[in-house]
Design a protein around this ligand. Structure first.
Ligand code: GTR
Length: 434
């Protein structure tokens, strides 16, 4: 008894010591860091005025769907290219080739067929390449809609299935000595494959660093060297999020070759940095029927002007390669940005979009993510949809709200959970009238 008290006391003491040490470390880091610590206090959110997507720079109003399509949308899309992500690249598509490398007809206990299709981005060169893993329901009577969502650690980390091909190269985020089975299935809680298949959808995933490693701004890796028609000194030189988004478009090209999938009904989805990527991909590639942003935060669905949680200066310092050089100049002057993230959502209109936050993920600014949906609503309405469905205030946690634009804030941390997937499946049923 005494001993257990003592050992508890000892562990509490070392815990306190660890907290003290880590907070001193944080102080030391911030002391040397010119970037201010993140703000988590709603009272300290500055006053701001958002750019109005329905007002042209000369003050004239955008009042018809045609004016949106012909005047406003191209202007805003171009601004996102020059100020933030760079061009959505073009590359020689005649060099993109697909090769089926495996088929497993009895995946998920016989419910699904699993295919692995290797995408060569510069055929006949064998690299860069990325494996698209696809699960298709076996009981479908006709081609099915699909989710396309990139993963963070390799296809083999999304499932325990020992036959899924593992990535064979050391990438930035991987340990070079790692064996595939060290990490097989480690991310499976994020992939509700059974639920997705049971609801009649296919799902495809690709390891994002096979498209391009998540490396700092030399732009020499992965698919980047294929983008030869851009000048690196120009503001609109594609940054890495653009390269990942381009890779997802090639994954859609690949899905178009799979007869069991209805490629006119593909939802592009992504979590966190890959949520930013999914939004940018959906904004550019209008073949995607709908877009899901899961906890995408700063540079994704969260309004930059709120300066809450992660801010533009912080994200540029941490991940300089994700955005254009021009975006780096806005860290201390976000009000000068001629765009904000509600307009990234508006670029997806009239196609449905789902934005999801998590209650403990303040770094991604749940309220800022909600407000982007709210302020994108007038564009969706102009285009004849029901937009955000009259939602004017953030909902209770774990409640999905909206219509063509949807939103929820799940309890818990920065993650993708079964709860999120259940909402995304309901959303897909709405999108595809199922
Ligand atoms: C964080 C980054 C976020 C988000 C996240 C992720 O470190 O600050 O913007 O993208 O990474 O992708 O997991």
């Amino acid at each position: 008894m005494l001993r257990s008290h003592f050992s508890r006391l000892k562990s509490v003491t070392s815990y306190l010591a660890a907290i003290l040490a880590s907070s001193c470390l944080a102080c030391a880091l911030y002391a040397a860091d010119p970037i201010a610590p993140p703000n988590y206090d709603e009272e300290k959110v500055p006053q701001f005025t958002l750019p109005d997507p329905l007002v042209a720079p000369d003050g004239s109003k955008i009042e018809t769907p045609e004016q949106w399509r012909e005047i406003a949308r191209p202007r805003i899309l171009e601004l996102f290219k020059t100020e933030m992500f760079g061009q959505f690249p073009e590359a020689d598509l005649s060099k993109v080739k697909f090769e089926e490398i495996s088929t497993k007809p009895d995946a998920l206990n016989g419910k699904a067929t699993r295919k692995e299709i290797r995408i060569y981005f510069n055929y006949p060169e064998k690299t860069p390449k990325a494996d698209l893993m696809i699960l298709i329901p076996n009981n479908a009577k006709k081609p099915v809609p699909a989710f396309l969502m990139p993963n963070f650690q390799g296809n083999h980390t999304t499932t325990d299935d020992p036959t899924v091909t593992a990535v064979d190269a050391p990438f930035r985020t991987r340990n070079a000595n790692e064996k595939p089975d060290d990490v097989r299935g480690v991310a499976k809680s994020r992939w509700a494959f059974d639920k997705i298949i049971d609801r009649g959808y296919a799902v495809a995933t690709v390891y994002y660093e096979e498209i391009e490693p998540d490396k700092s701004a030399e732009f020499k890796y992965g698919v980047h060297p294929l983008f030869t028609n851009f000048d690196i000194t120009k503001d609109d030189y594609p940054a890495v999020i653009s390269a990942w988004a381009w890779g997802l478009s090639r994954a859609l090209d690949c899905l178009q070759t799979v007869p069991e999938i209805d490629a006119t009904k593909v939802v592009v989805a992504g979590h966190s940095r890959l949520g930013k990527t999914a939004l940018w991909c959906g904004a550019n590639d209008e073949r995607f029927a709908a877009v899901i942003s899961n906890n995408s935060g700063c540079g994704g669905a969260a309004l930059s002007r709120r300066e809450f949680g992660e801010r533009v200066d912080r994200i540029n310092a941490s991940f300089p390669h994700w955005f254009t050089k021009k975006f780096h100049t806005y860290g201390s002057r976000v009000n000068d940005l001629p765009i904000d993230e509600h307009e990234l959502i508006a670029l997806i209109a009239p196609r449905p979009v789902y934005v999801a936050s998590a209650s403990e993920d303040l770094w991604a600014d749940p309220k800022g993510e909600f407000l982007s949906c709210f302020y994108a609503d007038p564009v969706y309405k102009l285009l004849g949809t029901d937009g955000f469905g009259g939602v004017v205030a953030p909902p209770e946690v774990n409640t999905s709200v909206g219509a063509t634009i949807r939103y929820h804030k799940r309890t818990g941390k920065h993650d993708v959970t079964d709860f999120d997937w259940e909402k995304y499946l309901d959303f897909a049923d709405f999108v595809f009238g199922r």
